[in-house]
Design a protein around this ligand. Structure first.
Ligand SMILES: Nc1nc2c(c(=O)[nH]1)N[C@H]1C(S)=C(S)[C@@H](COP(=O)(O)OP(=O)(O)OC[C@H]3O[C@@H](n4cnc5c(=O)[nH]c(N)nc54)[C@H](O)[C@@H]3O)O[C@H]1N2
Ligand SMILES: Nc1nc2c(c(=O)[nH]1)N[C@H]1C(S)=C(S)[C@@H](COP(=O)(O)OP(=O)(O)OC[C@H]3O[C@@H](n4cnc5c(=O)[nH]c(N)nc54)[C@H](O)[C@@H]3O)O[C@H]1N2
Ligand SMILES: [Mo]
Length: 755
C-alpha cells in the first residue's frame, strides 16, 4: 500500500450564506440572464452561440443535462433551458488544465478546494497517471495507460475483482462496447448511477407491469387533462418539462404537485421565450399542492385510491381484463383508516379527497415522478403504489394516460437498454453470446452499494469509471473513500476534474474524453452517437465544437483501447466507423432492428412499449396490484427525517454556482431547512450553526456546521443538499429490492455548535 497522505473526501466547510426571498414561479428573465452569464464566463460568445443553436436540434447534439425528451415536431430554435445552458457551458468551457496544473498542485492540495472550484478549473486535456506513493498526477501516453490497465486486470485472481461503473452520460455506442468488453473479460460487475437513482422505478415497474420504463409519450403528457407530479422538482432539474406542463395547463389540464416543498417550478412558470414570460408574468401551474411529509407517499396514495373507490371511479372492465391482485389490494385499503393515512402523510383528509376527486374525474391521467419517490427504504413500494392508482383508473394503454418516470442523466435509460446492468436477463446474455461467439458470465455482478462493500472487503482491487463522480455521488462518503483507497488501481474516464480523481487507489489514471458538444473524428470521418430519452425515443447526437484538446479520445475509442490491451483482440473496426457498433446493437438488442437506417431519420424512432398495447410481460401476463404497508417512523423529540436534494446551481456533484435562486438561498450550500415551529421549539435561531448527526444501527455519522434556515417544509422534516450531506447516509441504509441508497430518508439529530 502506498504511503500517500490522504486527500480530503469531503469539500471544505464553507458556512457563509445569504438568505433572500423564496420565488413563487420559475423561469422568467433571470433564467435567460443566468444562462447568458454562464455562457459568457465559460465559453465566450462565439463558442457559446454555436452550441446554443445546435443543442437538441435534429442535426445537432443532445443536451448533456437531463433526459427530458425533445418534441418530435415543431422544435423551437432554442430547444434548451437555463440549466442545460449551464451544463453546456461547463463542458464547452474554454478553460483547460494540463500537466503544468497537476505539477503545481498535489492531489491533497486540490482536495482542499470546493467542488465549484474543481469544476471551474477547466477541461482535462491529456491522460494522467498518479503513481504509487506520488502526490502529483503526471502525463502518460494513451498506449501506456491502456497497457497499465490491461496489466492490472490480467493480474487479478478473478475477473470479479474488477468493478466497471457507468454514469448516465455515456452514449449507446460507448455503453454497448463497454458492457461487451466487461463481459468478455468475464464479469457482470457493471454498477451504474441508476442504482442510486431510478432503480426503484425499474424494479417496481418491471414487477407490476412487466416493463421498466415510462408508458406515455411527450405529446400525451401535453394533452393530458390531469397530471400529478410526485417527488420531482422540474423547475430546476427538468426545466423543459415546464414548457410541456404549461402547454397542458393552457389546454385545460389540472396539475397536482405532491412534494414536501412548494417548489417554484410547479407553482408557476414564466416561459423565457414568450414576451410575457420575459416580463416575469407567469402562467400558474399546480392547482393543488399536497405538502406530503417525507416518505408519506404510500399513505397519500392509499388515500387517493380510497377516494377513487368511494367515488366509484375505478375502471372495473380494465381491472377485470388486465390485472391480478385486486381483491387483496381492496381488502388492505378497507382495513386502513383515513385517520391512519392522514396522520402518516401529513395531508388533511379534505385535501386528499380533493386530489382524489381530480384523479377520479380524469380521462387522461398522467402520473410523473422522480427522486422523491425512489430514494427511500420503501422506494419500490412508492412506485408500485403509483402503479396501483394508474391501474385502478385503467390508465395504461390508453391514449393520453399513463406513467411517466422522469429520468435524470441524459442517457441513463439508454445505457441500461445497452446492457449496463449487473443483472441482465439470461435471454439478453444469450443473444450477446451468440452474436459475439462467447459465453457471457451469468453470475450477477455488484450494484453500487455492493461494489463499495466489495472494495472495502478487499474482494475488488480495480475500479474503473466510465464518467461520473463515484466518490461524491455514493452514500457514506468517508466509507466510500476508504473503499477506493484500498484499490490497487482506480481509473476515471472524465471531461472535468472532480473529487473522484483525488481520492484514489494506489495507482490512478485520468483518461480525458470528448464531450457531447464536440466533433468526433475517426479514420473514416466524423461520427455521431445515439441516446434514448425518458420516453424511449432513440435519436442521434452529433457534436460540432472543436475538441477541448487534440489529445482527447472518444469514450468508445477509450473502451476499445482498454479492451485491446486486456483481451488482445483487434477492436479498431468498431472505432473507425460507429455504424459497425450499431450493426451489432441491432443484432443483440430487441427493438433496434435496422438501427443504422432508422436512427438516420431525423428525430429517430421510439422503442416498443408493450404496456401501451396492454401487453404485460409478467408471469401472469397481467398487470399486478400490490399491497404495501404504510411506513412508520418513530422520531424522538430531537430527531428529524432528512432528505438530500439538489440546488438550482448544480448537476449532481458538479457545482456550477452557490445559489439556489428559487428557494431564496444564495452564496452558500451548507444549509439545513427546517419548519419555523420546529426551529423555535428546538431553541434554534435562523442563521445559527448546527452539526447534523445520523444514527443508524448504533453507528454515528457527523457532518459539521450547517446553517439553520426556516423554510416551508412539513414538521419534523428537514432538507440538506447533495453531496455535502452524503457523509450522513449509511452504506447499509438502502431500499428493499432495488438497493437504492435512502438519500431522501435519513434520521438525523441537529446539535447546536458552541457560538
Ligand atoms: N440542473 C440539474 N438537472 C438535473 C440534475 C441536477 O443535479 N441538476 N440531476 C439529474 C438527475 S441524475 C436526476 S435523477 C434528476 C433529479 O431530479 P429530482 O428528482 O427533481 O431531484 P431532487 O433535487 O433530488 O428532488 C427531488 C424532489 O423530491 C422532493 N421529495 C423529497 N422527498 C420526498 C418524498 O418523500 N415524497 C415526495 N413526494 N417528494 C419528496 C423534494 O422536495 C424535491 O422537490 O434530475 C436530473 N437533472
Ligand atoms: N445524497 C444524495 N446522493 C445522490 C443523489 C441524491 O439525490 N442525494 N442522487 C443520485 C443520483 S439520482 C445520481 S444519477 C448519482 C449521480 O452520480 P454520477 O453520475 O456518478 O455523478 P455526476 O455528478 O453526474 O458526475 C459528474 C462527472 O461526470 C464527468 N462527466 C461529465 N460529462 C461527461 C462525459 O460526457 N463523459 C464522461 N466520461 N464523463 C463526463 C465529469 O468529470 C463530472 O465531474 O448521484 C446519486 N447520489
Ligand atoms: Mo439520477
Amino acid at each position: 500500500m502506498s504511503s500517500r497522505e490522504k486527500a480530503a473526501a469531503q469539500p471544505p466547510i464553507e458556512t457563509h450564506v445569504r438568505l433572500g426571498e423564496r420565488k413563487d414561479f420559475a423561469g422568467g428573465k433571470n433564467a435567460v440572464l443566468k444562462a447568458t452569464e454562464a455562457m459568457s464566463r465559460e465559453q465566450g460568445w462565439a463558442r457559446g452561440v454555436k452550441t446554443w443553436l445546435t443543442v437538441n436540434q435534429k442535426e445537432g447534439f443532445d443536451c448533456p443535462s437531463c433526459a427530458w425528451p425533445d418534441p418530435l415536431e415543431h422544435r423551437s430554435r432554442f430547444e434548451f433551458c437555463e440549466n442545460g445552458a449551464k451544463a453546456i457551458a461547463s463542458e464547452a468551457t474554454s478553460k483547460r488544465i494540463g500537466r503544468e496544473f497537476f505539477a503545481a498542485h498535489s492531489v491533497q492540495a486540490l482536495a482542499q478546494n470546493s467542488d465549484l472550484w474543481l469544476d471551474r478549473q477547466g477541461r482535462l486535456t491529456e491522460p494522467l497517471v498518479l503513481r504509487p506513493g506520488s502526490n502529483h498526477y503526471e502525463p502518460i501516453a494513451w498506449d501506456a495507460a491502456f497497457a497499465l490497465i490491461g496489466e492490472h486486470l490480467k493480474a487479478l485472481v478473478s475477473p470479479d475483482e474488477a468493478i466497471f461503473y457507468t454514469s448516465g452520460r455515456a452514449s449507446n455506442e460507448a455503453a454497448f462496447l463497454y458492457q461487451l468488453f466487461v463481459r468478455r473479460f468475464g464479469t457482470n460487475n457493471l454498477p451504474d448511477c441508476s442504482n442510486m437513482c431510478h432503480e426503484s422505478s425499474g424494479v417496481g415497474l418491471s414487477e407490476s407491469i412487466g416493463f421498466g420504463k415510462s408508458t406515455v409519450t411527450l405529446a400525451e403528457l401535453e394533452s393530458a387533462d390531469t397530471i400529478f407530479v410526485f417527488g420531482q422538482n422540474p423547475g430546476t432539474n427538468h426545466p423543459r418539462m415546464l414548457t410541456s406542463l404549461q402547454k397542458a395547463v393552457r389546454g385545460g389540464a389540472r396539475l397536482v404537485s405532491v412534494n414536501p416543498l412548494p417548489e417554484a417550478g410547479l407553482t408557476a412558470f414564466a416561459h423565457p421565450q414568450e414576451p410575457l414570460g420575459m416580463l416575469d408574468q407567469p402562467t400558474p401551474l399546480a392547482c393543488l399542492h399536497l405538502p406530503v411529509r417525507i416518505n408519506g407517499d404510500v399513505a397519500l396514495l392509499k388515500g387517493l385510491c380510497k377516494a377513487v373507490l368511494e367515488a366509484g371511479a375505478q375502471d372495473s372492465a380494465f381491472i377485470a381484463a388486465h390485472t391480478v391482485g385486486y381483491d387483496a389490494f381492496l381488502a388492505d385499503l378497507e382495513a386502513t383508516s383515513w385517520q391512519e393515512l392522514t396522520e402518516s402523510c401529513g395531508v388533511s383528509e379534505a385535501e386528499l379527497r380533493r386530489a382524489g376527486e381530480l384523479a377520479s374525474q380524469a380521462k387522461r391521467l398522467v402520473l410523473c415522478w422522480a427522486m422523491g419517490l425512489t430514494q427511500h427504504k420503501n422506494g419500490v413500494a412508492n412506485v408500485q403504489y403509483l402503479v396501483n392508482l394508474a391501474l385502478l383508473r385503467g390508465m395504461l394503454g390508453k391514449d393520453g394516460g399513463g406513467l411517466m418516470c422522469v429520468r435524470g442523466h441524459s442517457n441513463v435509460q439508454g445505457d441500461r437498454t445497452m446492457g449496463i446492468y449487473e443483472k441482465m436477463p439470461d435471454s439478453w446474455l444469450d443473444r450477446l453470446g451468440a452474436v459475439f461467439g462467447f459465453t457471457p458470465p451469468r453470475k450477477h455482478g455488484y450494484d453500487t452499494v455492493e461494489a463499495i462493500q466489495a472494495m472495502l472487503d478487499g474482494k475488488a482491487r480495480v475500479f474503473f469509471a466510465l464518467g461520473g463522480n463515484f466518490l461524491s455521488a455514493t452514500p457514506d462518503t468517508e466509507v466510500t473513500a476508504e473503499a477506493l483507497r484500498q484499490c490497487a488501481l482506480t481509473v476515471q474516464v472524465s471531461t472535468k476534474l472532480n473529487r473522484s480523481h483525488l481520492v484514489t487507489g494506489e495507482t490512478a489514471l485520468i483518461l480525458p474524453c470528448l464531450g457531447r458538444t464536440e466533433r468526433d473524428l475517426q479514420s473514416t470521418g466524423e461520427q455521431f452517437v445515439t441516446v434514448e430519452d425518458s420516453v424511449c425515443n432513440v435519436h442521434a447526437s452529433r457534436g460540432s465544437l472543436e475538441p477541448a484538446s487534440p489529445h482527447l479520445k472518444s469514450e468508445p475509442a477509450i473502451v476499445a483501447g482498454v479492451a485491446q490491451a486486456t483481451l488482445g483482440e483487434d477492436w479498431s473496426g468498431f472505432i473507425s466507423d460507429y455504424d459497425r457498433i450499431r450493426d451489432k446493437i441491432a443484432a443483440v438488442v430487441p427493438g433496434f432492428e435496422e438501427f443504422n437506417a432508422r436512427v438516420r431519420v431525423p428525430g429517430g424512432f421510439i422503442l416498443p412499449n408493450p404496456p401501451r398495447e396492454r401487453e404485460f410481460r409478467t408471469p401472469s401476463g397481467k398487470a399486478l396490484f400490490t399491497v404495501h404497508a404504510v411506513p412508520k417512523w418513530h422520531l424522538c423529540e430531537s430527531e428529524w427525517l432528512m432528505m438530500t436534494i439538489r440546488t438550482h446551481d448544480q448537476f449532481n456533484t458538479t457545482v456550477y454556482g452557490n445559489d439556489d435562486r428559487y428557494r431564496g438561498i444564495y452564496e452558500g450550500r451548507r444549509v439545513v431547512l427546517l419548519h419555523p415551529d420546529d426551529l423555535a421549539q428546538a431553541g434554534f435561531q435562523q442563521g445559527q450553526l448546527v452539526d447534523i448527526v445520523s444514527v443508524f444501527e448504533g453507528e454515528e455519522r457527523r457532518a459539521e456546521s450547517f446553517v439553520v434556515v426556516a423554510y416551508a417544509i412539513p414538521r419534523r422534516c428537514c432538507a440538506t443538499y447533495f453531496p455535502e450531506a452524503n457523509v450522513l447516509i449509511p452504506l447499509r441504509s438502502h431500499a428493499e429490492k432495488s438497493k437504492t441508497p435512502t438519500s431522501k430518508s435519513v434520521i438525523v439529530q441537529l446539535v447546536a455548535r458552541a457560538a
